[in-house]
Ligand binder design. Structure first.
Ligand code: GLN
Length: 188
């Protein structure tokens, strides 16, 4: 199993770590930039992206994560993690890592349906995946090099650009581990 970590500053990192562990990995909870050394992949969990950004100011996280990507490691961002990875963030605009050629709008599903669960057809999985959308963002523009792996209500919800995978939903809370297992399989 490749060495993997979950960014554990804020949000749903524990559920991601448990999902990866159920898939046979031994995920590390990553709280310091120095812990990125030696990892093949990192999950950036859902939570609150603005809070995550604030917590990331304590250390040079942006520089470290861009170097992590540049050295060939993989990133899997879900919900707030997808927001952090995108090139441009709207509603409101905020700083981001820009490792995924996408424009994303925060809290895009409105108040009435701001949280819901659904079974999603994912191109790289054999069976539908049970996922939860929680105050989810929406991709409003994707670069030509970004592949759509799943869509919901005419919007892309799971995308991949090289070593960056991003989901606007939470795959870690329904107990369906297929997407985590697939991601582990993509790591060098
Ligand atoms: N609405 C949150 C944000 O804008 C994301 C929600 C989530 O990660 N579940 O950061």
């Amino acid at each position: 199993m490749p060495p993997v970590g979950v960014l554990a500053l804020q949000g749903d990192y524990d559920a991601h770590a448990k999902a990866l562990a159920r898939c046979g990995a031994a995920p590390l909870e990553i709280r310091r930039v120095a812990q990125l050394d030696g990892l093949a992949g990192l999950v950036i969990p859902g939570g609150e992206s603005s809070t995550l950004l604030n917590l990331m100011r304590d250390e040079p996280w942006f520089e470290a994560l861009r170097a992590f990507h540049a050295r060939g490691a993989s990133l899997f961002g879900t919900c707030a993690g997808a927001i952090l990875l995108s090139r441009e963030v709207r509603h409101p605009a905020q700083e981001s890592l820009a490792l995924l050629d996408a424009t994303i709008e925060r809290n895009a599903y409105g108040r009435q349906v701001d949280s819901f669960e659904t079974d999603l057809a994912v191109s790289v999985l054999a069976a539908p995946l049970g996922v939860a959308f929680i105050r989810a963002p929406r991709f409003v523009q994707l670069g030509a090099g970004v592949e759509v792996l799943a869509a919901h209500a005419d919007a892309p919800v799971l995308v991949r650009e090289g070593r960056v995978v991003a989901a606007t939903f939470h795959p870690e809370i329904t107990g369906a581990d297929d997407l985590h297992a697939w991601w582990l399989g993509t790591l060098a």
